[in-house]
Design a protein around this ligand. Structure first.
Ligand SMILES: [Mg+2]
Length: 249
């Protein structure tokens, strides 16, 4: 096994936002898993990982043992237990408490109407409880990409909601991500946090990790990965990621 650990963002890096992994990407990932340990970080939930990623990945169990999933920015971790033939299992899950979740959802319930931002006719839930994270999606969780991309391209709408939330629940981390979303978590739950968890769980150091992400730019939701000192590779999307991953086959 090669010592280099490949760490990838999911949305916009391995797969288009909230969309399924392409067969060509699934094939490359399986090839990489034969030689490297591979960790995936996403702001999304574990359920989203299954829907978007795992259900499209075809790879032998012995190689899946090299795959580590970190939903909700590393506040949970899932590993594949090949040795004991147990399949996927949860290694840990740092949930928000019931009271914290209620407080955040209530704050959204007041901030959204107060902001004047219109969220009518959503595609699915607007405020989703992901356990370790509460996520607002301006057009709903299931909105198609073309609908999402025109909703708040300059972040004006979300900034109004974020400003109101910051007054109500300053004890939480409130961040814009994706095209229409606002994520609320415990403070400090970022890609950098996930990378810290990867080091712990895999027992590796900064030099062993290469991180690949589509939002390493200033204000992007991968930017914090750079603070950790790991090697970072910026990509424009899955097509470019495939080229980068081919190096590790
Ligand atoms: Mg991304």
């Amino acid at each position: 096994m090669n010592t280099k650990v490949i760490v990838c963002d999911l949305d916009g890096t391995l797969a288009p936002s909230k969309s399924a992994l392409e067969p060509s990407m699934a094939h490359i990932i399986c090839q990489v898993l034969k030689k490297h340990r591979f960790a995936i970080i996403s702001g999304g939930s574990h359920e989203q990982f299954i829907k978007q990623f795992l259900s499209h990945l075809v790879c032998e169990d012995r190689y899946l043992a090299n795959l580590y999933l970190f939903p909700t920015n590393g506040s949970a971790c899932y590993v594949f237990d090949y040795e004991h033939n147990l399949g996927w299992k949860k290694l840990y899950d740092e949930q928000l408490t019931v009271d914290e979740r209620k407080k955040i959802k209530d704050a959204f319930g007041r901030a959204i109407p107060a902001s004047g931002v219109v969220t009518e006719e959503p595609f699915g839930e607007i405020v989703e409880d992901r356990g370790g994270q509460i996520t607002f999606s301006g057009r709903g969780q299931e909105a198609p990409l073309d609908v999402k991309s025109v909703w708040d391209p300059d972040q004006t709408k979300r900034r109004k909601i974020v400003d109101l939330l910051k007054l109500e629940i300053p004890e939480f981390e409130i961040r814009m991500g994706g095209a229409t979303s606002i994520d609320v978590t415990h403070p400090g739950i970022t890609k950098a946090y996930a990378i810290g968890k990867i080091k712990e769980v895999l027992g590796v150091s900064t030099e062993d990790i290469v991180f690949i992400g589509d939002a390493l730019y200033s204000g992007g939701n991968d930017e914090s990965a750079k603070e950790t000192g790991v090697e970072c590779v910026a990509v424009s999307g899955p097509t470019e990621t495939e080229k980068v991953l081919a190096i590790y086959i």
